[in-house]
Design a protein around this ligand. Structure first.
Ligand SMILES: Cc1cc2nc3c(=O)[nH]c(=O)nc-3n(C[C@H](O)[C@H](O)[C@H](O)COP(=O)(O)O)c2cc1C
Length: 190
């Protein structure tokens, strides 16, 4: 069964990123996928220490909630990263987890341990109508490629001022559902 893993980088449990991620995951489920959501802001995740121990054995010396995220990301057929835009980048919660995925990068690039093919997608929300998404897109692309996942669709939602913006905009919810459904059908094929 196709496994879709969703990462929520917002500290708002029911904010825009969370709601859109849920919508995408539900649509993925509707296409037959099994899904799991990780709320990074509510997990015990320490920053990367840059010790490079993972270059030796592909394991992290820090033992925290990243252990279960590593496992899920390695098993995932698809990964959706949802984050609010903070100062024109991804949130610190998202960045903390991304940096800790140096372990998965090390497995791919240093230890040459491949993973099965995977597809990624992003859902980014920002309050300003002219918000800048480029930094977050560029960093999250590097993240996905680095852990062995091909980056795919990006849903950028500008003008999302207030936590219930997404919930109040049916067109935006529909785009998130399309993203989730497309992700699964792109993996399963016609
Ligand atoms: C620390 C912080 C920094 C922010 N920086 C930006 C920004 O640079 N550009 C922008 O358009 N919105 C910015 N915002 C607004 C959020 O991106 C926006 O409200 C988003 O929809 C929140 O998503 P959420 O409900 O998933 O948390 C910022 C919000 C916070 C708390």
């Amino acid at each position: 069964m196709t496994l879709v893993v969703g990462l929520n980088g917002s500290p708002r449990r029911n904010g825009n990123s969370a709601r859109l991620l849920d919508e995408a995951l539900r649509a993925a489920q509707g296409e037959g996928a099994s899904v799991s959501r990780f709320d990074l802001a509510f997990m015990n995740v320490s920053p990367c220490k840059a010790c490079e121990d993972c270059f030796v054995d592909g394991e992290c010396i820090i033992q925290d909630d990243m252990d279960r995220l590593y496992e899920a990301l390695e098993e995932a057929d698809a990964v959706i990263v949802a984050s609010p835009i903070y100062f024109s980048g991804m949130s610190s919660y998202a960045k903390m987890a991304v940096d800790r995925c140096q372990v998965l990068w090390a497995r791919r690039k240093v230890l040459k341990v491949d993973r099965k093919p995977g597809t990624g997608a992003m859902v980014l929300t920002a309050a300003q109508p002219d918000a800048k998404f480029d930094n977050a897109v560029s960093e999250l692309r590097a993240f996905l490629i680095g852990i062995g996942i091909a980056p795919g669709e990006v849903l950028k939602v500008a003008g999302a001022d207030g936590p219930s913006f997404a919930a109040d905009h049916l067109d935006v919810l529909a785009k998130a559902r399309d993203l989730g459904a497309n992700l699964v059908s792109s993996i399963s094929g016609p």
